[in-house]
Design a protein around this ligand. Structure first.
Ligand code: GLP
Length: 240
């Protein structure tokens, strides 16, 4: 794992946007694996700025997101499809028909998982962007998710529900389930870029980088991937 230590969130975002932009410039038809959450917001802002300056275009880029809450569709402000349109897709020249997320509002979530998994199998990702949960989750693969898992309905851990409740009006509004890309599918990306900021994630970073590779820390699986870049700020790197 290549580790880039930076001072703070802003430097992390500068560096990660630079890496993603270099992929988009070199391979204008690339397929990206994208993430949601607070960590990647600064990266998306910088990509939007580069687009506005005419430095990059997403017109021929395809994307596949990691996850979506079960029960939430595009009309919900809390859905990840809404987040992606608001923060990246609709601020740039992404063609919405080339952007993909699991459909949280699908009538049959199991069928939706199978549909999304087949799409992923047919569309290898050039680079997968990841955040890290404070419990070591990637996507919504919580501790003890199998390393060979594909897209599935995940029950969210209590700590994840509480971490993500800041984005909802009430704790009870946070969905208890999500559709998430499985760990095996995350690992299929040719390269992986994982961003971590803040002291609350320091223990998860330690377990991911220096801990044993096992399902108690889903992100520890990344030690087995040949092309992972971790960008970590001083606070999150505190236990390395
Ligand atoms: C969330 C998402 C992940 C995200 C992670 C970190 O629950 N499912 O895709 O990367 O947890 O979130 P944040 O960046 O808001 O800390």
């Amino acid at each position: 794992m290549k580790i880039i230590k930076v001072k703070n969130y802003d430097e992390m975002s500068d560096k990660s946007a630079e890496i993603l932009a270099s992929v988009v410039k070199a391979e204008p038809h690339a397929t990206l694996g994208l993430a949601t959450g607070s960590t990647v917001l600064g990266t998306y802002d910088r990509l939007v700025e580069m687009y506005k300056r005419g430095e990059i275009s997403f017109a021929d880029i395809s994307s596949f997101n990691l996850d979506e809450y079960v029960g939430l569709g595009g009309d919900s402000d809390q859905s990840y499809v809404h987040y992606m349109r608001k923060h990246l897709f609709c601020r740039t020249d992404f063609d919405l028909k080339n952007t993909h997320l699991p459909d949280g509002a699908a009538e049959n979530a199991e069928e939706e998982c199978a549909r999304y998994s087949a799409l992923l199998a047919a569309n290898p990702r050039r680079i997968q962007l990841l955040g890290l949960g404070s419990d070591g989750h990637i996507g919504f693969n919580e501790p003890y998710s199998p390393f060979d898992g594909t897209t599935h309905v995940a029950e969210l851990a209590e700590s994840t529900i509480s971490d993500n409740s800041r984005l909802f009006e009430r704790l009870d509004d946070v969905p208890r389930k999500a559709i998430t890309m499985g760990i095996a599918e995350i690992m299929q990306a040719r390269s992986i870029l994982i961003l971590v900021s803040g002291a609350a994630k320091a223990e998860a970073v330690r377990a991911m980088v220096n801990g044993e590779v096992n399902e108690s820390c889903p992100a520890s699986v990344l030690q087995r991937h040949g092309d992972v870049t971790l960008i970590v700020d001083e606070a999150a790197a505190g236990l390395l």
